[in-house]
Design a protein around this ligand. Structure first.
Ligand code: SF4
Length: 298
C-alpha cells in the first residue's frame, strides 16, 4: 500500500488525498505536496533493488500496511530526485541515464552510464544527496581520541588525563548498501550487453559549509567515490534470499523478523527515520521503553 496519510505540523493526521484536495491552510505549496505524495507511492508490485536492500520487515510493512509520513521528512528525497532530473537533461554524447533494467529477481534504474568522468565509455555512476555524517562514514573518516599529555587540575576528573579528538582518514569505508546497489545495476547492465569498467558514486553533501560538516572532515560539497566490484555470485544469492523472504512474508501475510542491526542503523532508524515504524512492533516497544524511561526520570 502507498503511504496513506500526512502528519501535519500540529501532529494531526490527514488522508493524503484529502490534504491535496482541500487543506484550508497548507504547510507547503500544493505542487511540493503533490511531488511528496508522488514520491511515496509504493505498490505491491515486484520489489526493486533498493526495496530489497532495505530490511525485509520495512519493505513488507511499507507494501502491506497504511502508514503516515511527515511531508517535511521526505523533502531530502525530493532533492535527490531533482538532482537526477537535472543530470538527465544533460546526457548528450553517448551517455545513458535512468534506464530501468530487470531480471527474474528484481529491477533497478541506474543513474548514468558512459563517458561520464573521462574517455572511458564504461563508467557507471550513481547520484546521491546525503549528509556529512553518512559521507564521513563512506569515506572512512573517524575521530580518534588523542592523549594531550595534560591532566585535569580540578573537579570530578581531577588527576585524570585530558584527551582531544583528532580526525583520521584511514578508516574502513562504510558504504556497503551503496556498493550492493551499484553492483546490482552493473550486473543488470552487463547482462544487457554493456561492459562496465568502473563504478563511482557522486555524493553531494547537503550540509556542506556548516561547522558540523567541517568537524566531520567533510570540506567539499561534492565527492566522487570509487566503488569496488562485488562478485555476481554473492549478489545473486543475496538478492534471491531477500526476494524470497519478502515474497514468502507477503504470500503468508506474516510479519518478517526484525530488520538486521545494520538495516535498522543500530535502532536509530526505528526511532525516527523508518516510515514503517508506526506499524512495527520493534519500533513501538523501543519508543515505549524510551517514554517510560523519560517518565521515570521526570
Ligand atoms: S522500525 Fe526498525 S525494525 Fe521496524 S521496519 Fe523500520 S527499520 Fe525495521
Amino acid at each position: 500500500m502507498p503511504a496513506a496519510k500526512f502528519i501535519c505540523p500540529d501532529g494531526q493526521r490527514v488522508g493524503i488525498t484529502d490534504c491535496l484536495r482541500s487543506c484550508p491552510q497548507r504547510c507547503m505549496f500544493l505542487p511540493t505536496l503533490r511531488a511528496v505524495a508522488n514520491s511515496l507511492d509504493r505498490k505491491l508490485s515486484e520489489p526493486t533493488v533498493t526495496e530489497l536492500i532495505a530490511g525485509t520487515r520495512e519493505t513488507y510493512l511499507k507494501k502491506t500496511t497504511d502508514y503516515a509520513v511527515d511531508p517535511a521528512s521526505v523533502l531530502y528525497a525530493l532533492h535527490g530526485q531533482a538532482v537526477h532530473s537535472i543530470n538527465e537533461r544533460h546526457t548528450q554524447g553517448n551517455i545513458l541515464s535512468e534506464e530501468r533494467l530487470k531480471d527474474d529477481i528484481t529491477s533497478g534504474q541506474f543513474d548514468l552510464f558512459g563517458k561520464i568522468l573521462d574517455a572511458d565509455d564504461g563508467v557507471l555512476g550513481d547520484l546521491k544527496v546525503t549528509s556529512s555524517f553518512k559521507l564521513m562514514k563512506a569515506l572512512g573518516i573517524y575521530k580518534a581520541k588523542v592523549d594531550t599529555g595534560e591532566v585535569y587540575k580540578s573537579g570530578v576528573k581531577k588527576g585524570l588525563p585530558k584527551f582531544r579528538s583528532e580526525l583520521r582518514f584511514d578508516g574502513v569505508r562504510d558504504l556497503l548498501d551503496w556498493a550492493i546497489q551499484l553492483n546490482y545495476y552493473r550486473m543488470l547492465l552487463e547482462r544487457a550487453g554493456f561492459k562496465v569498467n568502473r563504478m563511482y558514486i557522486q555524493a553531494l553533501c547537503r550540509d556542506s559549509g556548516l561547522r558540523i560538516a567541517a568537524e566531520r572532515g567533510i570540506t567539499k560539497s561534492v565527492y566522487i567515490i570509487p566503488i569496488n566490484k562485488i562478485s555476481d555470485h554473492w549478489l545473486t544469492r543475496y538478492f534471491q534470499h531477500k526476494a524470497k523472504a519478502l515474497r514468502d512474508a507477503i504470500e503468508s501475510n506474516t510479519l518478517p523478523p526484525v530488520c538486521s542491526f545494520r538495516e535498522r542503523w543500530n535502532d536509530k532508524k526505528c526511532f525516527g527515520y523508518c516510515a514503517a515504524r508506526e506499524n512495527c512492533p520493534h519500533a513501538q516497544s523501543l519508543i515505549k521503553e524510551a517514554n517510560d524511561d523519560e517518565r521515570l526520570i521526570a
